[in-house]
Write a protein that binds this ligand. Structure first.
Ligand SMILES: [Zn+2]
Length: 426
């Protein structure tokens, strides 16, 4: 179940850009890029304290949290501080966490010797969306704007940060991280092991909780809270570059959770509807349809956002929704669970219905069809137009814009929170 689609929105950095490009205080290149090693070495004792406090908070307040084994606690006398830090926050320690930023449609052409590709930054196979992105390598000390660090950082959790963390993923660190076996998804598929960190099922009905208790083992709320704490600590200790980069990391999960298919395993299926499906032996079909709708939504959204960005159609319905989400909530520790995912779950049923109504029916209503790997992703907009007409495109753009509004509101709440911590420290 839920093994196939684990990306949520592709290319989070481009997704965020319409929102941050109009916020002048984030566009000044005022941050000095700093390697992770330099940051951790400089602040080791403070980090030890902050991480142990946060671990205590997580154990006390987060339902179904998997405690960090005490042997992984970060101490300032570790031989390799950078590696000890990465293991203490339980991310994949094999990534370089290099200094770089993603370019945007507002950037001039990048000199060839500075161009970096997804391959240079991640061990994953990026797929179409990531392999086309141009990144720029940064030097330690080089000046860079908060908007770029935040946007780039917000895509970084899809570089492999959360890959291989379970004990059945065949990694030495997964063996020790204390997350147990992978709660859902196929542990043999490279991408699927990040799903329990990028999906948050905090509002399951009683039947699902009873029948599928493993679905309760999801961790994005913890990731958001941890990276918020690290971001604040970095600002307080004068490492503004890492303040914004950690803020970017946390923002990734907020973006993922704004997507209804990442906040509920079966959006639009009620408890009774679900029971009826089980009784009729149609569970496999229902899961296939949801998986297809999930994938179809993400492909369509990606194509529409990308096209609007390429054309700089800032007044298109989708980019306008990203740039102007209102009302903007106040962000605090309860926001992910009690507001964001609640709203995403509530939106799931209408979203699911709209896809059923406006997408080509073999994509969304044929349980014998498998969307992932169908090769139809790139041409999805053309197919929708020829099968269902231009009014289907308008209707689907409106539906995507509604999801983008939610993303924008909570992303801005998060940015406001980070900006407050930044100015309080400066
Ligand atoms: Zn994600």
């Amino acid at each position: 179940m839920l093994s196939s689609s684990v990306w949520a929105w592709s290319d989070h950095a481009s997704l965020l850009w319409p929102l941050v490009r109009t916020q002048p205080e984030l566009l000044e290149p005022t941050l000095h890029a700093e390697t992770l090693e330099d940051f951790v070495n400089a602040e080791a004792s403070g980090l030890a304290l902050v991480l142990s406090r946060h671990e205590a908070l997580a154990r006390e307040t987060m339902a179904h949290y998997a405690p960090r084994p005490d042997s992984l606690a970060f101490t300032a006398d570790a031989a390799d501080l950078r590696d000890a830090f990465l293991r203490a926050i339980r991310v994949n320690p094999e990534l370089d966490f290099a200094l770089y930023r993603q370019t945007t449609v507002d950037d001039p052409a990048v000199p060839a010797d500075l161009v970096q590709r997804f391959d240079d930054l991640s061990f994953l196979d990026g797929g179409v969306s990531h392999n086309s992105i141009v990144y720029i390598a940064l030097q330690s000390g080089e000046l860079v704007a908060p908007a770029h660090v935040l946007a780039s950082g917000s895509d970084e959790p899809d570089f492999g940060l959360d890959i291989g963390l379970f004990e059945d993923n065949g990694t030495d660190f997964g063996d020790r991280y204390g997350f147990g076996t992978q709660p859902f998804g196929n542990p043999n598929l490279e991408y699927s092991s990040q799903a329990p960190f990028h999906m948050g099922f905090y509002h399951l009905d009683w039947m699902t909780r009873k029948a599928q208790p493993d679905l309760l083992r999801t961790y994005p709320e913890w990731r958001v809270s941890l990276f918020r704490e690290l971001s604040r600590f970095a600002f307080e200790t004068g490492h503004d570059y890492w303040g914004w980069r950690f803020a970017g990391w946390g923002l990734h999960y907020i973006g993922d959770l704004s997507q209804p298919y990442h906040a509920h395993p079966l959006p639009g299926v009620s408890t009774l509807g679900g029971l009826w499906t089980v009784v009729r032996g149609k569970t496999g079909e229902a899961i296939q349809l949801v998986s297809n709708r999930h994938g179809v939504l993400e492909s369509y959204q990606y194509q529409r956002v990308q096209k609007a960005l390429d054309e700089k159609s800032w007044s298109s319905v989708i980019l306008t929704a990203i740039a102007n989400g209102t009302p903007i909530p106040e962000f605090d520790e309860s926001t992910v669970r009690s507001e964001l995912t609640k709203e995403s779950v509530a939106a799931g049923s209408d979203l699911d219905e709209s896809l059923e109504e406006h997408m080509p029916s073999r994509y969304v209503s044929d349980p014998t069809f498998e969307w992932n790997g169908s090769g139809e992703e790139a041409a999805i907009v053309v197919t929708v137009a020829s099968d269902r007409g231009d009014q289907a495109i308008d209707a689907l753009d409106t539906v995507v814009a509604e999801q983008m509004q939610r993303f924008s509101r909570f992303a801005q709440a998060w940015i406001n929170d980070a900006r407050r911590a930044w100015s309080a420290a400066n």
